[in-house]
Each structure stands twice: as C-alpha cells, then as structure tokens.
Design a protein around this ligand. Structure first.
Ligand code: NAP
Ligand code: G4F
Length: 328
C-alpha cells in the first residue's frame, strides 16, 4: 500500500517541491490550504496535479484534527509559517501564534488522533542568529535576532519535547536558506533575480535593497526537500542541519546575477533604509556533516548554478508574459 503524507505550507516554495518529490516516490499527498479562496492553490495544483488539497489553518486546532482524521497520513511535514523575517518584526504576535504555537497545535492534534504519525518540523538557521560559533551545527546554541527566529526556537524545542515526553517520531530539520525560481518575491534572492530580468527587458531601471553585507548559506530548495523526507525514513528520530557549507554576501549575489545579463549592479542598486531590519543576522554558514553521514544527503546545485537558474527563469517568464508574470 502506498504511504500517505500531509504537507502544511503546500502553497509555499518548499511545499510544491516536497509534493513533487513525495508523489515521485509513490506517496498519496495531501496539502493543507488556508483561506476560503487561496489564489496560490491553483498554482500548486498546476505544478502537482495529483495532489489532494484540504482546508485548514494553523490558527485553528479543530481544523487540524479534522484533516488528520480524514487524510490518515503516515507522515506530516509542517512547512506552514509566517516565514518572512521582516514581516515578523511588524507582526510579532501573529508570528508567535503561527510560526511558534502553530507547531504545538499540530503536534497535539497528532498526539490525539494518531501518535504513530511521523512529524517533520521546518526549523531554521535563523535560530542561530547572532552566531556563537562558525560553522553552525546541531549543537550550536541559539541566539535568535527576530520574532521569527524566536518563534522557530519555540517550534524546535516543542518538537524535541513531544519526542521526549510522548515517544513521538518528531524531528526538527534546521535548514539554512534555500532558494529557487519558486521563491517568494519578498525574499532577497528572488527580489534580485526578478529585478535583473525586468531591468534587462527595459521594464524597470533600479532595485532598492537594504543590508548588502549580510552573508547567507544559500542552497537549492529542490535539494533540501530530499533531506526532509530522508529524516522521516530513519530508524530513530533526530535533528539535522541542512546546508551547503558555503557563505556568500548579498553583494556577491548581486554581482553574479547582474553580470549574467551583461549589466553592472552598481548602476542600478539603490540602498534604501526601509529595507533594513531592527536587528539582522550578519552571517550564517552551516555544517551539514551529520546529514551527509547519517542521511547520505548532499546538495547538487552550486551557488553560481542557483543564481543562473533563477535569473534564467525570471527572464523566460517575464519575456513570455510581457512583464506581467510573477511566479513561474
Ligand atoms: P513560504 O514560501 O513563505 O511558505 C509559507 C507557507 O505557510 C505558505 O504556504 C502559507 O500559505 C503557509 N501559511 C502561512 N500561515 C498559515 C496558517 N495560518 N495556516 C496554514 N498555512 C499557513 O515558506 P518556504 O520558503 O516554503 O519555507 C517552508 C518552511 O520552512 C517555513 O516554515 C519556513 O519558515 C521554513 N524555512 C525556510 C527556509 C528557506 O530558506 N526557504 C529556511 C529554513 C526554514 P498561504 O498561501 O496561505 O500564505
Ligand atoms: O532573503 P531574506 O529575506 O532571508 P532571511 O532573512 O535570511 O530568511 C530566510 O531564510 C531563513 C533561513 O535562514 C528562513 F528561516 C526564513 O524563513 C527565510 O526563508 O534576507 C536575507 C538577507 C537579510 O540579511 C536581509 O537583511 O538579505 C538582506 N536584505 C538586504 N536587502 C534584504 C533586502 N532582504 C530582503 N528580503 N529584501 C531586501 O530588500
């Protein structure tokens, strides 16, 4: 019999890649969609037509219980969150409710309906924040720098707590930044590649950004969803860092993205303090040694390949839509 999975956050970047990956492995896949007419549901259904969409919201625990009772998943992947760090400063309480407490609502629903379900929590390198050591691994202490990071630390600890308290197969994947042509336009990588394509096509002339010195460990989202699945196939539940082990600045990303279309970023980028954060994470770089050894996981897409993939995709999409399209 085929295995069954429930993915929250199905309309986000990772949701669609994970759905494709699990469907290719023969899973029956259910995706949780919130809202009465979520416009992003149609996009993910187009990407993964065999996906079953179900209604629910991390704010509403009875909706989660209902979904677990009707879909009977063997595995639950909790990808839903307010995931944009800048927004979390403006909506700190909402972020705590969804990105933090939402994890408990889902874990507790699983405990009540079927505690043998295997659970994946989408934890984040933002938990390391003001880093205590470099590179960061599973034992590095947390020092979050945003309401988002604080909420993710809560989500991480409650996942470990349900594992230790109730013997549940609950794991926390501490993933570093991962990007793709499906990345939301609010995140810096996609904001840059979309702008590069618009400027190249003559649709716009400038790009306004905040902190160009920030350094991130950027990988490809398609690689990272494989690690999520592998974590739930292990004999024992455990937590893993997933990262490339390389770090690059926003400035380096700009350099590569603009030069790919024969432009100089210095001619187009304007620093705008509206995009600075009350506190930022200066530098992240992960040590994914444990994931390599125990999961056999390794990234397949290099930093230059990732930038090229995203620029090419935005150029293609905008060229074919006359400058109207946002998501490929
Ligand atoms: P994303 O594109 O921002 O997607 C977030 C998803 O959460 C969307 O599908 C959104 O649905 C859903 N959601 C928000 N509030 C909800 C609620 N109240 N109830 C149900 N669903 C809700 O995020 P992503 O990049 O795919 O990341 C997936 C997860 O990994 C997130 O938890 C993120 O924090 C975490 N993470 C991401 C990265 C990264 O670099 N991408 C790194 C580490 C950890 P709507 O369509 O309804 O808005
Ligand atoms: O692309 P970002 O918004 O991603 P950030 O803050 O690193 O968070 C992402 O990765 C986390 C994993 O570490 C996830 F948990 C989280 O959900 C999300 O997916 O910003 C990256 C850097 C920051 O330092 C930011 O200050 O880019 C800097 N930046 C400079 N100008 C900008 C901009 N970021 C955005 N979004 N927009 C700008 O104009």
């Amino acid at each position: 019999m085929s295995r069954s999975a429930l993915i929250t956050g199905i309309t986000g970047q990772d949701g669609s890649y994970l759905a494709e990956h699990l469907l290719a492995q023969g899973y029956e896949v259910h995706g949780l969609v919130r809202g009465q007419n979520n416009p992003r549901a149609a996009t993910v259904s187009r990407i993964a037509p065999e996906l079953h969409l179900v209604e629910g919201d991390l704010h509403d625990q009875s909706s989660l219980i209902g979904v677990l009772e009707t879909t009977h998943p063997d595995e639950v992947y909790n990808l839903a969150a307010i995931s944009f760090v800048a927004l979390s400063f403006k909506q700190a309480i909402n972020t705590g409710q969804i990105t933090g407490l939402g994890v408990t609502r889902l874990l507790d629903a699983i405990r009540l309906v079927n505690p043998t379900i295997r659970f994946y929590q989408a934890s984040s390198s933002e938990m390391f924040g003001k880093v205590r050591e470099t590179p960061q691994n599973e034992l590095t202490p947390f020092h979050p720098r945003s309401p988002y990071g604080v909420a993710k630390v809560y989500g991480h600890h409650i996942t470990v707590n349900y594992r230790e308290s109730y013997g549940m197969f609950a794991v926390s994947g501490i993933l570093f930044n991962h990007e793709s042509p499906r990345r939301g336009l609010e995140f810096v990588t996609r904001k840059i590649t979309d702008a590069v394509a618009r400027i190249k096509l003559g649709l716009e002339s400038e790009l306004r950004l905040g902190n160009l010195d920030a350094q991130r460990d950027w990988g490809f989202a398609g690689d990272y969803v494989r690690a999520m699945h592998l974590m739930l196939q292990q004999p024992e539940p455990d937590d893993y860092v997933v990262a490339t082990g390389e770090t690059h600045s926003v400035r380096e990303f700009l350099e590569l993205a603009f030069s790919q279309v024969g432009l100089h970023w210095q001619d187009h980028v304007v620093c705008d303090e509206r995009f600075l954060r009350p506190a930022d994470v200066d530098m992240l770089v992960g040590d994914a040694g444990k994931a390599r050894r125990e999961l056999g996981w390794a990234p397949t897409v290099s930093f230059p390949e990732l930038v090229a993939m995203m620029v090419e995709s935005d150029l293609r999409t905008l060229s074919s839509s006359g400058g109207l399209a946002a998501a490929p």
